[in-house]
Design a protein around this ligand. Structure first.
Ligand code: AMP
Ligand code: ZN
Length: 131
């Protein structure tokens, strides 16, 4: 599988020395502008934009590192929960066109009412319990 870096892709430009973990097909780093302490990104080595372009082995590699990043975050930050998210496509909020899975540690009380979590990407319909 070709892992030719894409010019001007910020994730292809992250040096291996900055990776916090890696396997044959993926790596993980901390987000440069974290939503919360320990916010991590799990990224396939291969530059592809969409999760749906990945082969199953790449997805498995990413999930193994998601688990690794979670264990590290548990130890370092002791959060109370996590959001796991992937923006696929510009209309879905993706700003870097190289697949990445967000792991966002959460703390009790970090927002007044956390119900709905990732449903808040579409705020109008997020609070389903009000319907
Ligand atoms: P998205 O909007 O899902 O495409 O998310 C892009 C994420 O990449 C944002 O959370 C950025 O803060 C993060 N980001 C951009 N450049 C870098 C970088 N060089 N290293 C780590 N995180 C980055
Ligand atoms: Zn890239």
């Amino acid at each position: 599988m070709s892992t030719t870096p894409a010019p001007s892709c910020p994730f292809c430009a992250i040096p291996e020395s900055a990776w916090l973990g890696q396997n044959e097909l993926a790596f993980w780093v901390h987000d440069i502008a974290p939503s919360a302490p320990g916010h991590a990104l799990v990224i396939p080595r291969r530059h592809v934009a969409s999760f749906f372009e990945l082969v199953p082995e790449e997805r498995s590699g990413m999930l193994a590192l998601l688990n690794e990043a979670k264990i590290v975050a548990d130890e370092r930050y002791r959060p109370d929960g996590y959001n796991i998210g992937l923006n696929d496509g510009e209309v879905a909020g993706q700003t870097v066109p190289h697949v990445h899975l967000h792991l966002i540690p959460r703390r009790a009380g970090d927002v007044p009412d956390p119900r709905g979590g990732v449903r808040w990407v579409l705020p109008e319909t997020a609070p389903y319990w009000n319907r």
